[in-house]
Design a binder for this molecule. Sequence first.
Ligand code: PGA
Length: 252
Amino acid sequence: MNRKLIAGNWKMNGLRADLSIIREVAAGASPSLQAPELLLCVPATLLGEAVQAATGAALKIGGQTCQAADKGAFTGDISAPMLAEIGAHYVIIGHSERRTGHGETDEMVAAQARAAVNAALTAIICVGETLEQRASARTLEVIEGQLAGSLQGLKSPASFVIAYEPLWAIGTGKVATPAQIGEVHAFIRAFLVDRFGPPGRGVRILYGGSLNPANAPEILPIQDVDGGLIGGASLKAGDFLAIYATASALTV
Ligand code: PGA
């Protein structure tokens, strides 16, 4: 069984006043290596102070995207070495809000993931289908295409995590059913083992999309669900820690 990862995605939320949430989460993180890994991906403006707030605690801090290039004329962008230097350990890559809102293609996602890995960050690569794609029974085909494109050039399965986030479940309060989640996670697992051999079993596959303390007990135990990527519920320390507690209870 893979060590679970409970990852928060703050998106464009969080001002200095919210650093107290990070401190509260840090205080609730168990130092045991048996416990799930705990991660908060915060806006770039808060990274430095978030890393400080998490120092000494079993809480890691991550970014939410990075450029494929290490430096250069990319106004407004942030590079993987910049994230690594400030103390981030992870970066979310190819979130659907980046894919749809910023036109990121699978090729761009793969290049960003390679940049992240070169900077010794763990890339959390997001995939997921739209409601229309699901309705027309193309979910697995879409996921396969995204995986094939977004993993190009990634050689070490230990350097990345996959997050399955059905677009229709993100921020909507609609959660995929356990059967839907189980089917897609098993499919992703088979893809990874086919691509990387037995080490593909060690790649963690997170579920994301309206995960909250109430539905976590049903979702986190599903086969091949190695944790969660949590948006809204990661903005409240109590909710985020409750999901972490559910994951913790599964690992003991
Ligand atoms: P949500 O967001 O938990 O608010 O649905 C998940 C995500 O977009 O990563």
